[in-house]
Design a protein around this ligand. Structure first.
Ligand code: ADP
Ligand code: MG
Length: 224
């Protein structure tokens, strides 16, 4: 069984204005070590798809299996533990906590498990060193550049050694050169850590550097 399998996944949003069919049957199979870029027009459902895979939203119909399990059959508590254990998420806006240092921000996912150990701190420092931020571990997010903040967010997503790394337009708010370096970093790190990487991007240039590129069009994933 593939590490990630989506079959006929749909998502419809219903409101007083009517119902909006955003995902209309998404099929996707991926394994650890695979890296996929997803592009598509604004409003096509890219974030919705990524949020469902990241268990931050739920499908209307269809099936999803992740690391041999069916997360939407789990209790809310089991699902939260599963998400924390297996999934790392990088958002367009870094979502770092402003009052915490760089090192503390990277260790935040450890709080759910009762706090960080010395080994966790070592891993956080190793990750920060890997992304070139050893000299910034006591900085607060406001004292960093946009690219540096995103690199911290990448380290935070990786602290629990997730099998799955999801990035939603992680370079969307960065200038071109910085965006390129963050994109390269995501690809390199996911290869080193053998993660299953899905990166939503509006940059066809970045998408072109991924081994696989698909587009979300009319609610379905098609070859990019
Ligand atoms: P993209 O990331 O491709 O720009 P999104 O996945 O954010 O697109 O959104 C796709 C569409 O679904 C948009 O039209 C958006 O307004 C709608 N949408 C997203 N989330 C919700 C929600 N919680 N309720 C209603 N509509 C939503
Ligand atoms: Mg989006």
């Amino acid at each position: 069984m593939p590490d990630l399998a989506l079959h006929s996944l749909t998502r419809t949003f219903t409101s007083v204005a009517g119902s909006l069919e955003i995902l209309r049957g998404v099929d996707l199979e991926m394994n650890r070590g695979d890296a996929l870029a997803v592009t598509g027009p604004s409003g096509s459902g890219k974030s919705t798809l990524l949020y469902i895979i990241g268990l931050l939203d739920h499908p209307t119909a269809g099936s999803i299996s992740l690391m041999g399990q069916t997360p939407f059959a789990m209790s809310a508590a089991d699902q939260a533990a599963f998400r924390n254990r297996h999934i790392g998420f990088v958002f367009q806006d870094h979502h770092l906590l402003p009052q915490c240092t760089v090192l503390e921000n990277v260790l935040i996912p450890k709080l759910a498990g009762g706090g960080s150990t010395a080994a966790d701190e070592t891993r956080a420092k190793t990750l920060l060193d890997r992304v070139g931020l050893t000299g910034r571990i006591t900085h607060k997010p406001a004292q960093l550049s946009g690219g540096e903040r995103q690199r911290v967010a990448v380290c935070r997503a990786l602290i629990n050694q997730p099998a799955v790394l999801l990035a939603d337009e992680p370079t969307g708010n960065l200038d071109r050169t910085t965006a390129e370096s963050v994109g390269t970093l995501l690809l390199e790190i996911s290869r080193e850590q053998n993660t299953l990487l899905i990166c939503v991007t509006h940059s066809t240039e970045l998408a072109g550097r991924f081994p696989t590129h698909k587009q979300l069009l009319d609610g379905r994933l098609v070859e990019g």
